[in-house]
Write a protein that binds this ligand. Structure first.
Ligand SMILES: [Ca+2]
Ligand SMILES: [Ca+2]
Ligand SMILES: [Ca+2]
Length: 501
């Protein structure tokens, strides 16, 4: 430890005389014998909130021209690192990017800028903790934040939550705001990307998520993205129109799929695997959805469509203990009108909650359902401990429950284990003994989820959705998580550039 500190200090002194003034510490390994300490091979990207890495306290790096990060280096984000000025940040397959904890290392792609992070099955791109293997925890760094110009129901200039600040002397609208009128806005491509141990809290209930999307437009491509052990939500959308496929949320602290401020995109093939002991004081839900924080009628209304989602909740079998902060498989509240079809939600205390407790127009959330704008159909709601259908609008509750029961299958005594053979295995963060291992989310033989999906409803009949036979995120054969996704991120060293598996 002491040796590392001396070498680090030495590298800082050398750097202050030899490194470029722009604060990107190019190849810090030149300052220390290769492999001799954790700083070797690491390129520090110093953002807002970091004035330590050069020892000068001077500047800040912005990615304000087209830039490529290469897999022969490891990048360390310190503070808030902005991709700005319409620049594109390209990240090579197999590149490791770490986020510093003390300075809340975070990557923010601002409005007009793009990320081009396209990994492969063999060489995913990994954003992860800067802590050593064995010492990583949720909230070890910020996360990835994409800000775009697509519509948001709270305005065309909305400040992203999480405590970000713009560079000194710069216009905050260019850095930490999102929203606009460009439905087809393009923030770039993220494919075969892992985001591990992010979700740092700036203050109570003001956190950065694993992947935060503010006003991201549907010109953006998001496919094969795993958020692992986020300290807040795995995926949170604040407005926008972006679509996504093949999402994994593993061991999330708060909500798996959180939608707000008029998000209206489509999501297909998404799986969340919860851990019974891990949940948040804000109430941990599979889906959590608001039109906005006060439930106003502002448009566009939150109207995202999710198909083929599997949420494996904290309860694996009857009688299991679980963290008391777990609540709903899906809490649809504050005038949200999201739709969920062809999906599986298993093992929550409460199944589906249509919540009108905070709305401006009385009963607007439940009216979204009764009017047909919100579609909850063709799902399997299994293993609910207490209330399968909760509706706060007492006058409409009976009719809403009757329709939900007619359109979905509810079974309190069945769990995900009846559909999947090995879905409840975990890496060393969460598993031990019999629960330690590699989960397999492919459906078991003769699983009732293998058939019965339908794509006739207009919500899912468009070109985005792949009309598969099965319900839930995985079918009976194609294990699309294999290869690129991490099962045991805690055990991966991440000290050799390119070694991402
Ligand atoms: Ca959040
Ligand atoms: Ca949340
Ligand atoms: Ca929550």
């Amino acid at each position: 430890m002491k040796n590392q500190f001396i070498l680090l200090a030495l590298s800082v002194i050398l750097c202050s005389t030899s490194c470029k003034k722009n604060i990107i510490v190019e190849d810090a390994s030149i300052n220390a014998p290769s492999g001799s300490n954790a700083f070797g091979n690491v390129t520090v990207i110093s953002g807002i909130g970091d004035n330590t890495s050069t020892g000068t306290g001077a500047g800040v790096t912005e990615i304000n021209t087209n830039t490529t990060w290469t897999a022969d280096k490891i990048y360390l984000l310190k503070g808030f690192v902005f991709v700005s000025n319409n620049a594109t940040l390209t990240i090579e397959p197999g590149t490791i990017i770490k986020g510093d904890k003390a300075t809340k290392g975070t990557l923010i792609v601002t409005r007009g800028a793009k990320i081009n992070a396209v990994g492969t099955v063999e060489k995913p791109i990994v954003f992860t903790s800067a802590s050593a293997a064995g010492a990583r925890r949720e909230g070890d760094w910020g996360g990835v934040i994409l800000l775009g110009k697509a519509p948001v129901n709270t305005g065309t200039d909305v400040k992203i939550e999480g405590g970000l600040v713009q560079p000194t002397g710069k216009n905050d609208k260019d850095y930490i705001y999102y929203g606009g009128i460009d439905v087809a806005d393009n923030s770039g491509t993220m494919k075969y990307v892992r985001i591990e141990y992010g979700g740092i809290a700036f203050s109570v209930d003001n956190e950065i998520n694993g992947l935060t999307m503010g006003g991201v437009g549907n010109g953006t491509t998001l496919d094969y993205i795993q958020v692992y052990r986020s300290g807040d939500d795995a995926f949170e959308w604040f407005g926008g129109t972006v679509n996504a496929k093949h999402l994994l949320a593993i061991g999330t602290w708060d909500d798996d799929f959180d939608t707000d401020f008029g998000y209206s995109g489509n999501v297909q093939f998404a799986l969340a695997q919860r851990v019974a002991t891990v949940a948040d004081q804000s109430q941990s839900n599979g889906f959590e959805s608001d039109n906005n924080g006060t439930g106003t009628d502002q448009t566009p209304k939150t109207s995202a469509v999710f198909s083929n989602v599997t949420i494996l909740g904290p309860i694996k079998k009857a009688g299991d203990a679980f963290n008391a902060n777990f609540y709903h498989g899906a809490q649809i509240r504050r005038n949200s009108s999201i739709s969920i079809l062809n999906s599986i939600i298993s093992g929550f205390p409460i199944g589906i909650y249509i919540d009108d407790t905070k709305v401006v127009t009385a009963n607007s959330t439940s009216t979204n359902f009764t009017s047909g704008n919100m579609v909850i159909a063709n799902n399997l709601i299994y293993g609910t401990k207490n209330t399968e259908v909760l509706v706060s609008n007492t006058a409409a509750a009976a009719a809403i429950e009757a329709k939900l029961r007619a359109d979905n299958v509810f079974a309190k005594d069945l769990f995900g284990s009846s559909l999947y053979t090995n879905a409840y295995l975990y890496g060393s963060d969460f598993g031990s003994g019999a629960t330690l291992g590699t989960p397999n989310f492919v459906l078991s033989t003769n699983s009732v989820a293998a058939t019965g999906a339908a794509f006739t409803n207009p919500k899912v009949s468009g070109a985005f959705f792949t009309p598969v036979a099965y319900k839930g995120a995985f079918g009976p054969t194609d294990n699309w998580a294999a290869g690129w996704a991490a099962v045991d991120a805690q055990s991966l060293a991440y000290t050799t550039p390119g070694a991402v598996r």
